[in-house]
Design a protein around this ligand. Structure first.
Ligand SMILES: N[C@@H](CCC(=O)N[C@@H](CS)C(=O)NCC(=O)O)C(=O)O
Length: 213
């Protein structure tokens, strides 16, 4: 059975839990407490030299980087698919996923915000403004990328997939941490609503994690 090292409030862990739930995969779980800096412990650095969650342990490998892990899941457990069949549609779905994973999320990561606070003396308001700056930019672009697709209720049509796996945790972080009003983004609000009533997204939600506070 797979083992997942994660943290309840981590967006990248949230992504992975959604992908696992959509694939119907069971796994063992171990928490890495980011607030206690457990990601920098020797044990965790041996799993992931980058000192990040999530990590997946298979029978014979340790996998890191949530996009790489999700692509591995897709290749290893192809049903149900998280990517469309058409190569152009696949590229567009990956582009939406990467707009979150490469361009929004890294700028709001724990270590980046800690650096702003500790080394640049920024307070909570300045840090929230920083995070929201990149979230709003990214969400505005993603709304346009979604308009290029087949419509809702999900990012790319009638079934949830790779883009939703990345977008939904970023919406959760934007709303729960920074109070973003998601109704300003019509399609993202629609996707968020679809996720709220979907069992896989419900099961993967941070508030359902054993460590949720
Ligand atoms: N690109 C990596 C990023 C992983 C990542 O940023 N994880 C965060 C939690 S969401 C983390 O472990 N942060 C610890 C830190 O910043 O010290 C992935 O997608 O797996």
């Amino acid at each position: 059975m797979l083992k997942v090292y994660d943290y309840w409030r981590s967006g990248t862990s949230h992504r992975l839990r959604i992908a696992l739930a959509l694939k119907g995969l069971d796994y063992r779980q171990e928490s890495i407490d980011l607030l206690a800096a457990a990601q920098r412990s020797p044990d965790h650095l041996a799993r992931n030299p980058q000192g990040f969650v999530p990590v997946v342990e298979t029978e014979d490998a340790l996998l890191t980087q949530s996009p790489a892990i999700i692509e591995w899941l897709e290749e290893t457990y192809p049903d149900p698919p998280l990517l469309p069949a058409d190569p152009v549609a696949r590229a567009k779905v990956r582009a939406i996923a990467m707009a979150v994973a490469c361009d929004i999320h890294p700028l709001g990561n724990t270590r980046v915000l800690k650096y702003l606070r500790d080394d640049y003396g920024r307070d909570d308001a300045a840090i929230a403004a920083w995070a929201l700056r990149w979230i709003r930019d990214g969400f505005t672009a993603i709304e346009q990328m979604l308009a290029d697709g087949p419509g809702g209720p999900w990012c790319w049509g009638a079934a949830p997939g790779y883009a939703d796996v990345c977008v939904v945790p970023q919406i959760y972080a934007a709303v729960s941490r920074y109070g973003l009003d998601i109704r300003h983004y019509r399609r993202l609000a629609e996707i968020d609503m679809a996720a709220a009533s979907h069992p896989a997204f419900q099961a993967a939600h941070p508030t359902r994690h054993p460590d949720a506070r």
